[in-house]
Every structure is written in structure tokens, then in C-alpha cells.
Design a protein around this ligand. Structure first.
Ligand code: ATP
Ligand code: MG
Length: 463
């Protein structure tokens, strides 16, 4: 039952209301003026306020305007004399939930308070759900409660404060950087710097000075000393993104830092002790890069003491609704909008989509929809173009003909088409069909498709 504050300057009125509502099982407090009422409201945080409109001193509408700006304000019901309905309407505009006209009917009062209490209960329930979303299922903004994500959050908590290197593996947009930050901010290192470098985006010649820094005069153009990222991240975390693209020489140097825990600036004589936690990420399969000689095996084993494999969004679609709500909230705040959520039809489309760009793509689509929609919830029409452009021109748009199809024939055609489209590069063709290289070869051979012209070796390792 609800906590109710009754505000009225007439003693008799207060007594009657108190009696009626207490009979209904509510906890009722009374106040003889709006000023006293405000005090009681702040103190008691009631679910419902039942206030007279005209009182000596502050009016009911003024009281409404002074309610504390809490997440959940009490439901406000105004009581007015018959002639003052226009002010009641005014009060509704200002956020009163309901109004009752005098003389008051017992049943009306009971019903109005019951409805108001239900409404508050609903708001609280929603808030609890949101808290869950932001609290329990969140480490530094990671949303997801699919078994896969819960497991990942569990690993993050466990490894955060352990002095181990972590390798994060996942397709583009699956949240690798987010996870790297979560590891840092949940660790004992959180008050020291988190720094990041994208090994694929920086020219080889610059990576070394970025990571290790240099002394003045180390090379032409080195006019002053520069501190490298290892030094700058001392006691903190250094995130090496796209580690698979690190050139061989740099791989060797980083291995040395991991072993010796010291760095030397380019052109410097002395080594400096550093205590840096390394977290790396890659969307490549380093497991394959090692035997192919593209990645140092010893470094690989040092980096992957703990490996976190982030699943693509299409493998954990149950997270889509929560992510959508999360991004709607995020962009509501950013754009000052009040979109309530995602309409069912739109949500269904999001759930049906295959998300090649993973969470980053979902975020971009919601961002745009929050900005563009004319409605108070995101509608199918706000997102469907985005989903269509990027989705496969579906072969399955075609209805199955009555006489059926020859499945093997279709498969053979697809394999051939993929080979043609990828200029006979089998690895590419396999990717086009979403198959592993091995599976692809197996099927080519099975269908006896001529592979002589393939530019590739048959051994998957040597891609
Ligand atoms: N579980 C999640 N909950 C909330 N937001 C997420 C989640 N995962 C990813 N994001 C958001 O999606 C976007 C992309 O994530 P992030 O940059 O970490 O991906 P990435 O794997 O590093 O991608 P890339 O390989 O392209 O660099 C970011 O804005 C990030 O905040
Ligand atoms: Mg990234």
C-alpha cells in the first residue's frame, strides 16, 4: 500500500481523507498548509500527494511546482472546488496526475489514490529494471546479460587486478577497447593512466618512438626529449590495439619489455624500470599468424596468458534489446531528446539482422534513429533503410518454387560465384560465404570445382 500525504487547511477535510485512506490500508500523513506539506513530502518521500488547491499561503499548484526534483516524484492529485477547474487543468499541465472536484466522493478518492499508487509502483519497477541494466550487468558501461557476456564480465573481474597480460580477440565493433578499459578501471591500477595505441594505424617508423620515446638529438627532428607510452603508462595499463599488425622488429622489442620490465628511449643510454600492464587486442587469428611466421610465437604466448574472445553480436542476439535501450538513453542525453524506446516492429528487425559491424553498427543506427525519428519511440521506418543497405541482398528473398529446388546445385553455383567474384583467391571466396577456409576447400573438392586456377596453396596455414 502507498504512503500518502494529505495537504488541506481544513481540519475536517484532513480527518475525513485520513480515515478513508487508512481504511484502504494506506499510510497517511496530513499537513495543514502547503508549506508544512512540502516539509512532509521531503521528509517522507510519499508515493501520493493529495492537495487542496486554495489554501491560505502557498496554493496547491505552487506546491506542485516546488516538489523536489527526484527521479520519482510523488503522484500529485489536486482537489478543487467546482468553480476552479481551469486551474486544475493548469496543474495537470504542470505535472499533476489527476484532480478531484469538491464535494469529494469517497469512491472517487479511493480509486484516484489507488491508480496513482499503481502508477508509482510501475515507475519504480522500471527504475529497478534500469538499475539492473546499469548496475548488475554493467562493468564500466558494458551492457549484456547473455551467458557469453556474463562469463566475460566474470573473467574481467577476475583478471582485472591480477598482474597478467590479456589478449582480447573479437571482430570489429565487438567492444574490445571497451573491455580493455573495463579491465583497467576495475583494477588496482585505475588511478594511474590508461593509454592506447593502434598498431595498425601508425607507420612502422613512428611506432618505436611512440612506445619508447626518444632523447633530444636521437635523430634528425628530435629537438627535445619525448616520453614514450610505456613510461607514460607507468603503474597503469597500456592497450596495444591491433597487435597482429605489429611489425616484426617491434614484436621483438615489446617481448623484451615484457621480460625485463624496462625500456630505453630511442637514442638513450639508460634503461628505465617500468611497471605497465599490457592489454592487447586483435581481430585477426593470431593462432594462424604464428605458424605462418607473421607473429612471434614467444611473444604470442606471453600476451595470451588470459584470452578473452568477444562473441559477435549475431551470436548473442538476446543482448540486443538491452543494448538498444542503453543507446537510446545515451543519445537521449546527448541530443536532449526523450525517446522512450524501440517499437516492437523495429526491435524485431534489429533481432533479425546479422550485424556485420557488431555493436558499433547497432550504436550508430540507434544514434541516427534517436536524432531523426518523429515519434516518441523508434519505429521500423527509422531504421529499416540502414539495415537493408548493409544486409545481404538476400538470396532468400526469393520464395521457394512449388516444384522445389536442387540444393546441391545452388551450393555449387554459390561456390563458383564466390570464386569468380574473389578473382580465384580461395581465402577471400571462403570469407564471402562465411565459411572457414578448410570447409570451403572441402566443398570445392566435393563438388569437383576446378581449383587448378586457384592462386592459393591448399594448406590453410599458409594463407
Ligand atoms: N557490451 C557493450 N555495451 C555497451 N556498449 C558497447 C558494448 N560493446 C561495445 N560497445 C560500444 O560499441 C562501440 C564499439 O566498441 P569498441 O570500440 O570497444 O569495439 P572494438 O572491438 O574495439 O572495435 P574495432 O575492432 O573496430 O576497433 C563503442 O562505442 C563501445 O562503447
Ligand atoms: Mg577498437
Amino acid at each position: 500500500m502507498a504512503v500518502v500525504v494529505v495537504v488541506d487547511d481544513e481540519q475536517r477535510q484532513r480527518d475525513i481523507l485520513k480515515a478513508i485512506l487508512e481504511d484502504e490500508g494506506h499510510e497517511v500523513h496530513t499537513a495543514p498548509s502547503a508549506e508544512d506539506g512540502l516539509g512532509a513530502i521531503c521528509r517522507l518521500q510519499p508515493d501520493v500527494v493529495l492537495s487542496d488547491l486554495k489554501m491560505g499561503g502557498m496554493s496547491g499548484v505552487e506546491l506542485l511546482g516546488k516538489l523536489p526534483d527526484d527521479t520519482i516524484r510523488p503522484a500529485f492529485i489536486l482537489m478543487t472546488a467546482f468553480g476552479t477547474i481551469s486551474s486544475a487543468v493548469e496543474a495537470m499541465k504542470k505535472g499533476a496526475l489527476d484532480y478531484l472536484t469538491k464535494p469529494l466522493e469517497k469512491d472517487e478518492i479511493i480509486l484516484a489514490v489507488r491508480k496513482a499508487a499503481e502508477r508509482i509502483e510501475l515507475l519504480k519497477e522500471n527504475l529497478r529494471l534500469r538499475d539492473e541494466l546499469y548496475g548488475k550487468f554493467k562493468i564500466e558501461g558494458i551492457v549484456g546479460k547473455s551467458p557469453k557476456m556474463l562469463e566475460i564480465m566474470d573473467v574481467i573481474r577476475k583478471v582485472a587486478s591480477a598482474p597478467v597480460t590479456v589478449l582480447i580477440h573479437g571482430e570489429s565493433g565487438t567492444g574490445k577497447e571497451l573491455v580493455a578499459r573495463a579491465i583497467h578501471y576495475n583494477s588496482t591500477r585505475k588511478s594511474s593512466p590508461f593509454t592506447a595505441i593502434n598498431c595498425a594505424a601508425i607507420p612502422e617508423s613512428l611506432i618505436e618512438s611512440e612506445l619508447f620515446g626518444y632523447e633530444a638529438g636521437a635523430f634528425t627532428g628530435a629537438t627535445h626529449r619525448k616520453i614514450g607510452l610505456f613510461e607514460a603508462s607507468n603503474k597503469g595499463t597500456l592497450f596495444l590495439d591491433e597487435i597482429g599488425d605489429l611489425p616484426p622488429l617491434m614484436q621483438t622489442k615489446i617481448l623484451r619489455v615484457l621480460q625485463d620490465k624496462e625500456v630505453r628511449r630511442v637514442g638513450g643510454k639508460d634503461s628505465l624500470k617500468v611497471d605497465v600492464r599490457i592489454v592487447t587486442a586483435t581481430n585477426r587469428d593470431l593462432e594462424k599468424d604464428v605458424p605462418a611466421g607473421r607473429f612471434r610465437e614467444d611473444l604470442y604466448y606471453r600476451l595470451r596468458v588470459v584470452t578473452l574472445a568477444l562473441p559477435p553480436l549475431r551470436d548473442r542476439k538476446e543482448d540486443i534489446p538491452a543494448l538498444a535501450v542503453f543507446f537510446v538513453d545515451k543519445y537521449n542525453r546527448e541530443f536532449g531528446k526523450r525517446i522512450k524506446g524501440v517499437a516492437d516492429s523495429a526491435l524485431k528487425a534489429l533481432l533479425d539482422y546479422h550485424w556485420p559491424g557488431n555493436i558499433r553498427q547497432l550504436e550508430a543506427i540507434i544514434e541516427r534513429a534517436v536524432l531523426m525519428t518523429d515519434s516518441d519511440t523508434i519505429q521500423l521506418k527509422d531504421i529499416k533503410d540502414e539495415l537493408r543497405v548493409r544486409s545481404e541482398k538476400s538470396l532468400l528473398d526469393m520464395d521457394l518454387p512449388d516444384e522445389g529446388i536442387n540444393f546441391e546445385e545452388m551450393e555449387r553455383e554459390l561456390l563458383k560465384k564466390a570464386m569468380v567474384k574473389s578473382n580465384n583467391v580461395a581465402a577471400k571466396a571462403a570469407r564471402l560465404l562465411g565459411m572457414s577456409y578448410k570447409t570451403f576447400w572441402y566443398r570445392l573438392e566435393k563438388f569437383g570445382i576446378n581449383t587448378d586456377s586457384s592462386k592459393e596453396d591448399k594448406h590453410p596455414e599458409k594463407r
